[in-house]
Ligand binder design. Structure first.
Ligand code: PLP
Length: 411
């Protein structure tokens, strides 16, 4: 019998590769937008496991779906297809522009598939020189070797050998830069409709529209990385619907499985045909458990009850955050869409987002940072208004106590 030995945060430093620096808090249980740690503290979750638990923790319908599937079939491999994968693919196609779906296990893997598809499409349609990928400065697309090279932040790719050739980075929202970079050798343009990790920065509608035109003119694929913005996060199932600009390829992960690892790449019939048996794959991609979770998550999220509840929740956050910006001078801007919101620290507090996150933890509140200067909020899409209000009270207490401590330290 397997035995549950007692463990603490200190065991992370002892037993895990130090590629993360996790919080002192070790969550042990979650329900809705509340999480409990090893000491029994009840925390309010405004981070959603980095924009993942779109339906909160332990949603009964998801628990039931995973339990039922666990009792039925966990794994089949891609030597076979399986019913949850078939159902989920069909529902994703029916809900979006796409005709075909490729399943992966994470956002990075969904993007890896998209970038490989872009290159294969370029080789097949334009010859050996059509392999350039145009991406945005400060973008984030994942941690595999290809995705760190497409990511527009050198810190993620430096120290990992020669850069992957043929990736050009241009300033985000700069139409002239995009026009100068995209040409006949471009196979794909990759854009996050809202740059998430680098500070919750929405794309300008005109920028995405121009990207679409440039891709059409140069026979390049327009890839939207909706790993963070998708699955209802901004109030539509996917952000492209909000912008009215339809990509050729879209990637999803994070809230797709509500915490069960799954990613997906969506595309059209014509483009999907550039992948043939053997060109790309993954042992776990389309795993029945992940697909069973995502099918139910999609059914619930893609409903008027959930999507139509998001604007009011957005407003509740915005009003209070903007008031805190005025009352404490702590934010210079509050931005974002739906329940992906960024509060930009004012000049006096720049570089201190991690300290604010810790101050919130001291008040039993989980929030995120997006780079050193932005506090990010990505709660459950169905968070109760009482939890929003209570969490914002805790945030205000954290701000007051952090500011107070800093002021007395410098007095
Ligand atoms: C826009 C975007 N793309 C890709 C990724 C990578 O996803 P994953 O961590 O699941 O590989 C992330 C993760 O934060 C993301 O925000």
């Amino acid at each position: 019998m397997s035995q549950k030995v007692p463990v603490t945060r200190a065991d992370f430093d002892r037993y895990l590769v130090p590629s993360y620096a996790p919080s002192r808090i070790v969550p042990v249980r979650g329900r809705g937008s509340r999480v409990w740690d090893q000491q029994g503290h009840e925390l309010i979750d405004f981070g959603g496991g980095i924009a993942v638990t779109g339906l909160g923790h332990a949603h009964p319908a998801l628990v039931a779906a995973i339990t039922e599937q666990a009792n039925t079939l966990w794994h089949a491999s891609n030597l076979f297809t399986n019913e949850p994968a078939l159902r989920l693919a069909r529902k994703l196609v029916e809900a979006t522009f796409a005709d075909k779906v490729f399943f992966a296990n994470s956002g990075a893997e969904a993007n890896e598939a998209a970038f490989k598809l872009g290159r294969r499409y370029g080789a097949n349609t334009g010859g050996e020189n059509k392999y350039e990928i145009v991406s945005a400065i400060n973008s984030f697309h994942g941690r595999t070797l290809f995705t760190v090279n497409v990511t527009g932040q050198a810190k993620y790719s430096s120290g990992f050998g020669p850069r992957i050739e043929g990736v050009r980075h241009v300033a985000f929202n700069d139409i002239a830069a995009l026009e100068a970079a995209v040409g006949p050798n471009t196979c794909a343009v990759v854009i996050e409709p809202i740059q998430g990790e680098s500070g919750v920065i929405p794309a300008d509608p005109a920028y995405l529209k121009r990207a679409r035109e440039l891709c059409d003119a140069n026979k390049a694929l327009l890839i939207f990385d909706e790993v963070q913005t998708g699955m209802g996060r901004i109030g539509k199932l996917f952000a492209y619907e909000h912008y009215g600009v339809v990509p050729d390829v879209l990637t999803s992960a994070k809230s797709l499985g509500n915490g069960f690892p799954i990613g997906a790449m969506l595309t059209t019939d014509a483009i999907a045909g550039h992948f043939t048996p053997g060109t790309h794959g993954s042992t776990y991609g389309g795993n029945p458990l992940g697909c069973a979770a995502a099918e139910v998550a999609l059914d619930i999220i893609n409903s008027p009850e959930v999507l139509e509840g998001i604007p009011a929740r957005h407003e509740r956050f915005m009003q209070r955050l903007e008031k805190m910006a005025k009352d404490y001078g702590v934010f210079s801007q509050v931005r974002g869409m739906g329940l992906l919101i960024g509060a930009v620290l004012s000049s006096q507090w720049q570089g201190q987002a991690a300290d604010f996150v810790r101050a919130c933890e001291d008040q039993d509140l989980l929030i995120l940072q997006a780079g050193p200067n932005v506090l990010r909020f990505a709660p459950s899409l169905i968070i109760d208004f009482t939890d929003i209000d209570e969490g914002l009270d805790r945030l205000e207490r954290a701000i007051k106590s952090y500011i107070g401590a800093r002021e007395s330290a410098t007095a």
